[in-house]
Write a protein that binds this ligand. Structure first.
Ligand SMILES: [Zn+2]
Length: 201
């Protein structure tokens, strides 16, 4: 039944090869929220899908050159209209966090689920995205009850990453979760200024 709830919030599946098995016995503890737009600040194209499936042609935009050879993915990608694409099933390990730590543990990919929101550090997210993110995270917590925290990439890779960025409203996100789930989750964006990324120079 809980599996079906999770399925409900996935509109499409696109298999990413950029994943592998979690270490044996891993309990999923954390949800990591990210933001991405490719090209930067441009929404609606297929470049993120291409990046996660290793089919992005670096010649199609100058900003893509630096992405050549990257092998990355996320479990989910939530577009501006709320459409949600699953690239990696949550029981597998997606490659979204890179160098990272959470509560003393390194390699957050091992024990987290990564959700990319189509967005940037410079533009507000959409109501449809908050709604879908809340529904998806709630379904994940019910499916994987070991999840007790939600953090941004900025919180687990401080100084290196800023996403989901200053326009992500953590209060709004928290209020999109059912109250009992919000109450039992530590939501990093709510509880500490020390996680704020360094200012962009
Ligand atoms: Zn990120």
């Amino acid at each position: 039944m809980v599996v079906e709830e999770l399925e409900r919030w996935v509109d499409r599946r696109v298999a990413s090869p950029n994943c592998d098995d979690r270490p044996p016995g891993t309990v999923i503890r954390l949800v990591v929220l990210h933001a991405i737009s490719l090209p930067p600040e441009v929404f609606g194209g297929d470049a993120v899908e291409r990046l996660f499936t290793n089919t992005l042609d670096p010649a199609t935009h100058p900003s893509f050159a630096s992405l050549e050879g990257l092998r990355v993915s996320a479990h989910y990608f939530i577009r501006r209209d709320g459409e949600t694409i699953e690239f990696v099933p949550p029981q597998r390990r997606a490659w979204h966090a890179g160098l990272s730590w959470w509560e003393g543990r390194e390699r957050c990919n091992d024990f987290s689920v990564g959700i990319e929101l189509e967005g940037s550090d410079r533009q507000p997210f959409t109501p449809a995205q908050y709604e879908r993110t809340g529904a998806l995270v709630a379904a994940l917590i019910r499916r994987y009850p070991g999840i007790d925290a939600i953090a941004g990439h900025c919180h687990i890779s401080p100084g290196r990453k800023t996403d989901p960025g200053p326009f992500f409203d953590w209060y709004r996100f928290a209020s999109s979760l059912p109250a009992p789930l919000a109450a039992r989750s530590r939501i990093a964006g709510l509880f500490s200024g020390r996680f704020l990324p360094r200012p962009l120079s």
